[in-house]
Write a protein that binds this ligand. Structure first.
Ligand code: SF4
Length: 211
C-alpha cells in the first residue's frame, strides 16, 4: 500500500472510531484557545480545563490579560507547571495581540510564530481549529503513531509535520490530529500498542512489516 493511501485509510479508520473528535481543551474564542494550548505544554488537557475557568473569569480577553499582574496569573495557573514562563508568555502574547494585531489572533503561521510562547504545534492548532486552514499538530501521540504507522521516518516534530502534511488533505488535518490523540490514549498507547484490537492493524507496517 502506498504511503498516501495508507494515510487516508488510517484517517478513515480514525473517523469511524471517533466521529465527533474535537479539541479536548475548553474555550470560548480564539484567544482563549491560544492561552489554553500554551498552558497544555507538559500538562494534561484535563488539568488545563480545571484551571482555565478561573483564569478566563479574571482575564476573559487579550486586553484584560495584557494588563494582568504576573504574580496574579502565576497564582491562577500554578498547577499547570512551568507557571512562571507560561504566565509571562500569556501576558506578553496578549500585549502583542492588542498592540500589533488589532486585538485579533493572527491567521498565518508566520505571524503566529512571532507571538510569545507560540511554537508550530500551537500555531497549527489555531490555523486548523479556528481558521480552518489545516495544520498537522504534532504532539507526543501524533509523533509516535505516525512513526509506527510508517507515515514518517522522523522524530523531530517539525520534520514529522513537513513529512506528513502532504499525506493528509488539508480539510481533514485538524480532525485527524484530534482523533490521533484519542487513539493514542486508547489503543496505540505509549506504554503498549494494543494491536490485537486495533482497527488499523491490517495495513499497519509495525504489525505487518511487509505493508
Ligand atoms: S496495529 Fe498496533 S502499532 Fe499499528 S497503529 Fe494499531 S496499535 Fe498502533
Amino acid at each position: 500500500m502506498q504511503k498516501k493511501d495508507r494515510a487516508i485509510a488510517f484517517a478513515q479508520v480514525l473517523e469511524n472510531l471517533y466521529p465527533d473528535a474535537i479539541c479536548s481543551l475548553e474555550y470560548k474564542d480564539p484567544f482563549q484557545l491560544l492561552c489554553a494550548v500554551q498552558l497544555s505544554a507538559q500538562c494534561t488537557d484535563a488539568r488545563v480545563n480545571m484551571v482555565t475557568p478561573d483564569l478566563f473569569a479574571a482575564y476573559p480577553d487579550a486586553l484584560s490579560m495584557s494588563k494582568a499582574e504576573l504574580g496574579d496569573v502565576e497564582r491562577l495557573i500554578k498547577s499547570c507547571g512551568f507557571y512562571h514562563n507560561k504566565a509571562k508568555n500569556l501576558i506578553q502574547c496578549a500585549n502583542q495581540i492588542v498592540n500589533e494585531y488589532n486585538n485579533t489572533v493572527p491567521d498565518s503561521m508566520e505571524e503566529l510564530l512571532k507571538l510569545a510562547g507560540v511554537g508550530r504545534k500551537t500555531a497549527n492548532l489555531i490555523l486548523g481549529d479556528v481558521y480552518k486552514k489545516g495544520g498537522m499538530v504534532i504532539d507526543t501521540h501524533a509523533k509516535r503513531i505516525l512513526y509506527r504507522m510508517g507515515l514518517t521516518t522522523k522524530q523531530d516534530p517539525t520534520q514529522v509535520e513537513m513529512e506528513t502534511s502532504p499525506l493528509i488533505p488539508i480539510h481533514m488535518q485538524s480532525d485527524f490530529c484530534h482523533r490521533i490523540v484519542l487513539f493514542g490514549r486508547d489503543i496505540c498507547t505509549a506504554r503498549k500498542a494494543y494491536c490485537d484490537r486495533c482497527p488499523a492493524e491490517e495495513f499497519c507496517p509495525k504489525r505487518n512489516p511487509k505493508k
